[in-house]
Design a protein around this ligand. Structure first.
Ligand code: B12
Length: 223
């Protein structure tokens, strides 16, 4: 019971420290917890929750863009600390190829980079196009590379129109492989209504859920 309380206290502390943009405290806590052998995914989940709360502070007008930038930098440093342990812990031998990118108009990439790293840890081949990618580029690259899955990432409301346009362009392609390629959306601001609007096959707001979905897609393609 006492141990449970301590665990809970620790969790609250990391979320709070991220929310308050206390860089040194965040990094010290992450190092300590990794050294204590904690699951790097649990640490990342808490850090992600901290980022969500930073976003809310921005919405409430309590933080400005500088706050978002600082939070982004802190998360990048957390990722640097967590990545080696994450790579050791996660392993898999999936052989699928996913074409991934942040859609046009959007430069957020922290979550996409995590997803990309975790896919690689599970044995997927990832072609990451980067940020601010126009619809035509996804189609051109898919035509050239013949991936098994398309992954679209975006956090802004304006991303959803772009995602919808990409999905439509794939579905209307005269190339049968591109017309039927599975498309998965990612990003913590997605919800069922947005996904219905975009019309993609799958969506995930958590990297592990996204990876399980990609594995299912590969199983279906092979069956
Ligand atoms: C950090 C941050 C920034 C940083 C980004 C730095 C970077 N290199 O990414 C900077 C400062 C650049 C930024 C800029 C802006 N931002 Co910003 N930002 C954030 C913030 C606080 C955190 C985002 C983040 O990294 N989260 C942590 C990651 C780990 O979570 P994640 O993205 O969900 O990723 C996970 C999963 O989704 C999954 N996953 C990820 N990718 C994929 C892909 C696939 C295919 C799958 C299946 C799964 C998957 O795996 C990840 C790990 O589990 C969010 C708040 C929020 N609620 O998200 C606002 C937020 C997204 N930003 C917002 C805004 C408004 C802006 C600006 C417009 C501000 C401005 N006035 O300039 C600009 C827009 C810039 C642009 N054109 O894109 C709003 C968007 C509101 C909206 N609905 O449109 C948010 C929601 C804040 C808010 N609540 O108001 N931002």
């Amino acid at each position: 019971m006492e141990q449970e309380m301590n665990e809970q206290d620790k969790n609250v502390l990391l979320v709070d420290s991220i929310l308050d943009l206390e860089e040194l405290s965040v990094l010290a806590q992450v190092k300590e917890r990794l050294e204590a052998g904690e699951d790097p995914l649990a640490i990342l989940e808490e850090a992600q929750e901290g980022m969500r709360l930073v976003g809310l502070r921005y919405e409430e007008g309590k933080y400005y863009v500088a706050g978002l930038m600082m939070a982004g930098e802190i998360f990048r440093e957390v990722m640097e600390l967590v990545e080696p342990t994450l790579m050791q812990r996660l392993s898999g031998d999936e052989s699928g190829h996913i074409l991934l990118g942040t859609v046009q108009g959007n430069i957020h990439d922290i979550g996409k980079n995590i997803f990309s790293t975790m896919l690689r840890c599970h044995g997927f081949t990832v072609t990451d196009l980067g940020i601010d990618i126009p619809p035509a580029r996804f189609l051109e690259e898919a035509y050239k590379l013949r991936p098994d899955i398309i992954g679209l990432y975006g956090l802004l409301t304006t991303s959803y129109e772009v995602m919808k346009s990409i999905v439509q362009q794939f579905r209307q392609s005269s190339d049968p492989q591109l017309a039927s390629i599975p498309i998965i959306l990612g990003g913590g601001t997605l919800n069922p209504m947005v996904c219905a609007f975009v019309g993609a096959d799958y969506w995930a707001i958590d990297a592990m859920v996204g990876i399980e979905l990609c594995k299912q897609m590969m199983a279906k393609r092979i069956a």
